[in-house]
Design a protein around this ligand. Sequence first.
Ligand SMILES: Nc1ncnc2c1ncn2[C@@H]1O[C@H](COP(=O)(O)OP(=O)(O)O)[C@@H](O)[C@H]1O
Ligand SMILES: [Mg+2]
Length: 353
Amino acid sequence: MTDLIVDNLKLRYGSNDILRGVSLSVEKGQIVALLGPSGSGKTTLLRAVAGLETPFEGRIAIAGKALFDGAARTNLPPEQRGLGLVFQSYALWPHKTVFDNVAYPLRLRGVSGSEVEKRVAKALDSIGIGHLGARFPHELSGGQQQRVALARALVYEPPVILLDEPLSNLDAKLREEARVWLRRLITELGLSALCVTHDQVEAMALADRILLLNGGVVEQQGTPEDLYDRPKSTFVAEFMGTNNRLLGVATQVAADRAVLSIGEERLEGLSCGPVSEGREACGIIRLEKIRLAPGPGHNRLAMTRLAEMYLGDRYEVVFQRGPLTVRTFSPTRLEGGEHWVEFPPEAFWIGSR
Ligand SMILES: Nc1ncnc2c1ncn2[C@@H]1O[C@H](COP(=O)(O)OP(=O)(O)O)[C@@H](O)[C@H]1O
Ligand SMILES: [Mg+2]
């Protein structure tokens, strides 16, 4: 069942088009990540769904009920949309205890005393901070404050929760742990969530589906695997994972294949988005896809080892040939000098720059 539908949403600030026709849907029990570079319109889209910004065209509906409809001039205020919101700065009330922070949305809705007790206790327990009810925000760690903000958004069991970079205030290690419990929490409670992040690893870890925004339009949407393994443009290919970007000219463009000519070198790959014969193009390949080969062969270049860094579980190696520099991994330390570096064509995406 579809919980949230956004259809052809358009929004502008002054004369700047920020959302230029965005459509998406979130199924019940699903987490959808809104991913994109800074300024691509993620927060604006989330705020429009929450009712904090007003689009000039399009439609937003939850479980079939219109929250916004440009044509019918429907525009419910935020408090009538019944959505749970967690924003980047989670702004707990400093002079209220954890219990009172979480109880606030219930009291606002006129829920009675004993019912408040019961529901706050349930919300705090569900995210593992049942013992912290009497504390004040300044007596909590960043991770605990984050959980309180989430409990506050979940306590009145909204059908959809909207999260804007909910983990960005946590340090790297806490963030990785938080991804796990956040995902479990949302799926166990059977909630639907739309979660903004600029971090592609976070998006892949958290979400059932990813929607990648670029300049106010959806560049691609699909499962994490779709975006990572089957990008529809070099923008998507480059946004996901860690990549090498090789500049050249597209030659021998045919069906889904192309060749990238870099000076005297020729590398075959998959065409990715529009590519035109004879035009400047780029080739994108993930660090982990480059292979070291024992000798010459198709799509292999002899390259000089420039540098090597020990990463603990493997080495990261930098190779160079003329103006071309690429990075990859090696399980073992490599000798200096020349090596054969292979660019598997099925993992080398050629498209516009
Ligand atoms: N209140 C505002 N008034 C005018 N422009 C804004 C406002 N809020 C955001 N913008 C602009 O809208 C664009 C998208 O912003 P935002 O949705 O915050 O991007 P993201 O969350 O993807 O980083 C940016 O160019 C930003 O400068
Ligand atoms: Mg933002």
